[in-house]
Design a protein. Sequence first.
Lengths: 534, 565, 121
Amino acid sequence: MPEFLTDWGLLVITFVPLAGALLMMLIPQENEEAHKQVSLLASLLALALGIWYLIDFNYSDAGSLQYVVDESWIEVINSRLIMGLDGMSLPLLMLSVFVMPLVFIYSWDHIPHPGNAKSFLILMLILETGMIGTFLAQDLILFFVFFEVVLLPMFFMIAVWGGEDRRYASLKFFLYTLFGSALMLLGFLALFFLSKDPTTGELLRTFDMRVLSDVAGAGIVRSSQLLIFGGMFLGFGVKVPLFPFHTWLPDAHTQAPTQGSVILAAVLLKLGTYGFIRIAIPMLPEAAEAWAPWIGLFAVIGIIYGALGCLAQTDMKRLIAFSSVAHMGFVMLGIATLTDFGINAAIFGMVAHGLITGMLFFIAGSVKERYHTLEIKRLGGMLLQAPKLGWILGFCVMASLGLPGLAGFWGEFPAILAAYQPANGIPEETFRGYMVIAAVGTVLAAGYLLWLLQRTAMGEAPEEFANDPEIVDVKRIEWIAWAPFLFLIVLFGVAPGLIFEITDPAVVESLDNCLQLEGGCEGVAAAAQATFGG
Amino acid sequence: MLAQLDATPVETPEIVWAGLLPLLILSAGALLLVMLRSVVKRLPADVEPHLITAIGPITVLGMWFAAGLAGTDVPLAGLRDDMGEPAFYIGLALVMVLAGTLVRTMEIGLDAAITVGLGLSAFAATWGIWDDRWQVTGPFNAIGDQFAVDGFALLFAGVLAASVVLVALLLDGYLRRESLDGPEMYVLMLLSAAGGIVMTGANDLIVIFLGIETLSIAVYVMAAMHNRRTESQEAGLKYFVLGAFASAFLLYGIAFTYGATGSTNLVDIQIFLSSGQLVDNGLLMAAFGLLLVGFGFKIAAAPFHAWTPDVYQGAPTPVVAFMASAVKAAGFAALLRVFMLGFFSHVDDWRPAIGALAVLTLIVGSVMAIVQSDVKRMLAYSSISHAGFILVGVHAASLAGINSVAFYAVAYTFLVIGSFGVLTVVSGVGDRATSLDDLNGMAKRRPVLAFMFTVFLLAQAGVPLTAGFVAKFEVINAAVDSEFYWLAIVAMLTAVVSAFLYLRIVLSMYLGTADGDAADLGDPIPKAAGLAIGIAFAVTVGFGILPGPLSDLASDALPALIGAG
Amino acid sequence: MSDYLRSYLTVGIFGLVGVALVGVFLGLGRILRPDHPNLAKNEAYESGVEPTGDMWSQANIRYYVFALLFVMFDVEAVFIFPWAARLEAYEVFGLIEMAIFIFILLLGLIYAWRKGVLKWV
């Protein structure tokens, strides 16, 4: 029944979680079981639909948009309900629909203080709708709306179910992101008013992302392009988060409940990087080229700064949060090269980081549940007391530091490699410098991650926890929630082509404008194609 | 000497009564209400409930007649023809019965019921004019060339009527709680709204002044109506003194305009100015300045905003809802009318002043709000920053700008009535519990109300899927379209700053734990107030998800100048 | 400067001369008059009665209400006179207008009366 997928599927997959949330609003609060079941069911439905898309997707045409929905929406502001799926959004869509059911499973007996499963689960479902919608939207206003919809549930999750400092952390998270998106919206508007048809020179007046990517900023003077890109840079950069806009992240992660941290790390941060590769770069290739060295600079600063930050942390969750800053730095470095190779690496990096860091936050949540602290100094001997938990931590740490054979490697290594030869028009020497710095970053990453493993998992159990009956090994519900993560980390590590083959055509397609305009880049694209067999 | 004056009849202006219907309903209704209630002070206890119930069906009939009189045909004539006469009249009767039941279940007082009925009838009349007259024949003059009936005026008249209805619903429970029962508040509100309608359609600066004074004087008294609260007295006095001061500025500005152009009629002014006969525009500049000062006071634009926080904090909360919605909307309507129609040929001269006002208002409104600890005061500053946003739309001085102002005014009216409606209900006897701490733990005590308040606040912050987002979007859209990027950037940044304020309130509701002696002991919410808040909520969310209909209305609603001919 | 504004110049000069004249005469008086102050002379003059109490004394609030009502009907007269003078010219239209005007004012009186304002207690 592929007609269903073509006609309605994308709308259904986006709004199934929301429908679940609406249904849950009718169920009284006391009936927690029902809430858990409905939320899980709704997310499983979305996952099932996602898998159906995965099967039905036309891989030979991954570069072009498929299953396009194009309906009128808010005519007065010229915004249409346009959605579509291509090789660039498919992996991220799958990541979202894959992570959410597992989070719901984990929530089965992990509703954080102060309870109220109903509201907590409803917020997560709304969050899922926002994330899926962002990855599918093909209209700038629709994209913006979904991008913002994500903000509120996360704000409430941190503010109500968070740790000690939740008030501060939630406000900081919200205001930083809102600040970025305010300027981003201005950028969108400017694009709307300034874009011209390259052949006829007529004003386009459209928010349609397909059209805007096609014209690629034609008719907009260079200085305006640079400014518009700057607005988007702030909007997406805050979300990524790119140094120096990253300061909300450690606070938000540390204070958020486990589920919130996992979703934040696994999916939410990707909204920013996705925005770069889906909107900012294809629509304004000229400006992207001018901004690239700066993006690269911020990215490598982020890598080093994040790593050094990690070394200074005393809190396990905060350490993982800083490692996110470093990892997203690699992703941004890949994007900054503006090559097919680099952007493919970036998408892979997003998925890998989503899986690995999401998993690390799960572990942190479980550690907190058992030890009631995340202070690295007080922890230790996990391998003796809860060996399986300790081993899983070790496995994730290895994946995170980029051990070949696990998913993390394919996110970092090609990104560094891509920096060796950025796209034409971008200063090569600068990026080779960045490459060296990023390579140093990987060493530092190995340092802090192994240090974390050593301090928490190895050695004798500290006295205060030695005979603590609460410290048990991995529970069944945790196994169910975690096993798929672990499996995929290995799978993508062994067979990276699974993702690269999907993303490559779409990346080539989106960079196509850049290639035509600049008349360069083909060599790199061809090399990448050869490497990954896309 | 008097006898020597010749006795030939003075030419009386041509009057289109139908066009004046909303105005007449509100003002004559107010006068009748005060007369009725002064002559018959207390109704027998066994008559009053029946009388109140009867107001429901009477209102339905009133709306039907009002719309019919205002238009050129029986309202819903199309529907009647489709349904067939018997079915239609049975339907009408059914609606009347339903309205009666609704009034009964609302447990509303007599004065409030009458006021709601009048407001709804005025609304119906506005709709009738819009649908059957204005859309058929285009804009027209109602009294000589002094009062125009155009889409813009009609839209704002509708907004004023709607705010009268909603605020009356809020006032009912409030006045009983504070034992301030009596028709005065309602009468003043109706008169004030009538003044507002005069402002929205005025084609002459003197008529605008009349409207402003009618509107303002009534509101001065309303602000001071809570006679056992010194803050309320202070608010009334402060508002009165500063308002009178502003009126003087306005009048002086009108005088200068007359000096510069030789007329107070907007049509004549526009013709004179665009003919380029004005050689030296020093006098006109002074007029612009003085008029802007006068209007600036009314709409609470910085630096003429100083009265706002004190007055909003002191005045009875439902009155604040009225001030922030109706008074502000009428002020903007008049401002836009004067500058966009009368002075449009000199747009380059007045635009920088509006821009400066907008920037200052945005910054003062959002930044000062952060340091407040009283929710009413916070919302007062937030209303200042909203005024700044609307000024950005005025500053664009384009069709898109006018549309965005109209949209913003409508959306904001419902938002702000909703917000202050919630505050009315939770602030407890004497309006005491309005500090941020008093809201602590509200989400636990009153989850539904807290949720609605959250939505209103987020809508004010401009979060998508609420009417507030579309409103802000359209304003920014207009600014970017006119290529005033710097103003758009300032507006967006201050919007982020004021988001902080709204989030603070939200956090208090959801995070704080209630103290034992919290003033709000969970008294039942008055049903009428609940209805008003519910309507505001429905509009906020409804037009957030589907802004199309409202936006179409707003883009139809353009002001027009029609000469005397 | 336009002619229009220049005509204000005359007004300005006139005003300045006026202010200057007042100053000159007061100053002249100060220079010419003998000056021998004593306690009795410095007391406020109140119809030969010795002043007692504070400068601020409260008037009864009821006076204000009456004053307000008086002003209301006093101002009414200002509007009625010109109308009466041109009664024929305004014909029936004017009559109705004035009837509405007086009715509204009357309403105020009725309201005041029912509020018990007219009773002196």
